[in-house]
Design a protein around this ligand. Structure first.
Ligand code: 5GP
Length: 193
């Protein structure tokens, strides 16, 4: 992992907890933030754009990114589906004097959390139960039944990690969760590097 020289805000959560909605809210509110676009081997979903939502790459290209040490962190989030943060994204964002915002899985976030850097803010988003999570995954119509079951199994494990992060937000009321995110980020942006 490269040295963390600028600021990073990490949103992490079991898939479907609403972290992307909250991350987008933060990005729309704070111009100092810039989204770190990850590389992934999964296929684009409807409406997703290469270079904006993800850099969609082949398994071969991803392997080269690993071999060439171009990734700050990466995980095989689902079987044969790799996701990773590009060092070049961090360099781009920090060179603009902005704060990098990551939307990444729990294990990837945990690895960064373990660096114990004060210029990294980690926010863990959860729902109050796995049932609520299942309802959200079904409602967003973007995953097959098999994929939903895989995500729920993984969510069970990921909940064990909540205690390691700086803050945990239970996102059952989106309006409240947004306010909590605002307060945390406002405070973090004021902290000296
Ligand atoms: P999705 O397929 O729903 O877009 O993402 C699946 C999971 O991978 C989500 O939890 C998402 O936050 C995570 N993810 C996206 N980009 C990265 C990344 O660069 N690194 C890691 N470790 N996880 C990521």
């Amino acid at each position: 992992m490269t040295k963390v020289s600028g600021k990073i805000i990490i949103f992490t959560a079991p898939s479907g907890s609403g972290k992307t909605t909250l991350a987008k809210h933060a990005l729309s509110l704070f111009p100092q933030l810039s989204f770190s676009v990850s590389a992934t081997t999964r296929s684009p979903r409807e409406g997703e754009m290469d270079g904006r939502d993800y850099y969609f790459v082949s398994q071969e290209q991803f392997k080269s990114l690993i071999a060439d040490h171009k990734l700050f962190e990466y995980q095989e989030v689902y079987t044969h589906q790799y996701y990773g943060t590009l060092k070049s994204e961090l360099e781009r964002i920090w060179s603009q004097d902005k704060v990098a915002l990551f939307d990444i899985d729990v294990k990837g976030a945990f690895g960064i959390e373990q660096l114990k850097q004060k210029n990294v803010l980690t926010i863990y988003i959860k729902t109050s139960s796995l049932d609520v999570l299942r309802q959200r995954l079904v409602a967003r119509h973007s995953d097959s039944e098999e994929s939903i079951e895989q995500r729920l199994r993984r969510a069970g494990e990921e909940l064990e990690y909540a205690k390691y992060f700086d803050y945990v937000i239970t996102n059952d009321r989106l309006d409240l969760a947004k306010k909590m995110v605002e307060v945390l980020i406002e405070d973090f942006l004021q902290q000296p590097l």
